[in-house]
Design a protein around this ligand. Sequence first.
Ligand code: IPM
Ligand code: MN
Length: 349
Amino acid sequence: MINILVLPGDGIGKEVSDSAVKVLEAIGKKYEIAMDIDTEVFGGKSYEKYGEPCPNQLIERAKTMDAIFLGAVGHPKFDVLPSELRPEKGLLKLRKELDLYCNIRPVKYYSGSGSKIWREERVKNTNITFVRELSGGAYYGERYQGEDFAYDRIEYSKEQIERIVRKGFEVAQMGTKKLHSIDKSNVLATSKMWRACVNDMHKEYPEVEVIHQYVDNAAAQLMSNPEQFDVLLTENMFGDILSDQGAILSGSLGMLPSASLGGAVDLYEPGHGSAPDIMGKNLANPIGSILSIALMFKYTFDRPDIAEKVEKAVESVLQKGYCTMDISSPNCMVIGTKEMTEKVIVEIE
Ligand code: IPM
Ligand code: MN
C-alpha cells in the first residue's frame, strides 16, 4: 500500500490536483498498486480553515506519507496578510521542514505542444533537467523591511552548496555527462563559493564535462541556443527564474513538472502558479501535474517503466493534435483540463 497526501492548495491547484488523482487511480488500477490517497487544505485554503498556511500538524502528517502532491498556492486576496501568513510562506515552510533541498524540473519538448514563440525546429531537441537548490539563498536568508530600507540576504553554507552540487553531478553522470553550473561569481560571494565547490567536486566526476555560465548569460543562451543544455544546476532564486523561462521552450509553464527531493518525504508539484484568473473554468493545463506524477513513480517508487508510460501517454495525446489553451496553435484542437486528463488516461490504460 502506498500513501499519498494531496494538497490541492489555491486557484487552479484544485483542478490540476483532480487530474493528478485521476491519473494516480488509473495507474493503481492498471499496475495493481494499492493506494491510499488523502487530501488536505494548504496555502490560502489552510489559512482560511486553520489560521495558518501550513500548520505543524500537517508537517507531521506529511512525514508519515510515501509521497506528497501539491497543486499550487497563492491568491491576490492574501496579499494584505503579514508575510508569515501568506500562502507562499506555507510552501516555503513545508520545503524547509521536510528539508527538501533538491528540486528537479525537466523541460522537454513534446512534438505537438505547439510553441507560441518558437518554430518547432528551434526547440524540438530541448531536453533540459533543471537541478535547483531549494533550501537556501535569498528565500531563507535574513530579511528586513523598514519604512525606507529593506533587505533580503542570500545566505548559503558550504554544506548546503555541496549537497546540491553533488546531486547535479549525479544527475549529469547518469545522463549525457554534461553539467552547466549557473552562478554570478563575477559579483556574489555565495556564487564564488558555489563555483569553487563545483570545481572541487569535479575531481570526483572526471567524466562529466562542466560548463560554468553566469546567470545573465545563461538566460540569454536558453533562448538563443537551448540545445546546448542537458543538466542545468543552480541556486534557489536563479533556478526559480530560469526554470520558468526554460519551460516556455516546451510550449508553456503549464507543461513543467517538478520533484523536490532529499528530505523526509518527496514532494511533487507542477511548476506553474495558482492562476486565479482562470480558476474553476476548466482551462488549466494539467500536463505539468500529470508529468509530476510520472516523476513520482520514477524517483519515489522506483518504477521508471510507469513514468515512461505516463510520459508516452502525454506525448501521444499531443501528437494526435489535442492541446489546452496555453499551448494552442492554429492546427490543434483545444480541449479543457478534464478532457485532456481523460485522453491521457485512455492512453495509459
Ligand atoms: C516555485 C514557486 C515558488 C518559489 C513560490 C510559490 C514560493 O514560484 O515553486 O517555483 O518561488 O519557489
Ligand atoms: Mn517559480
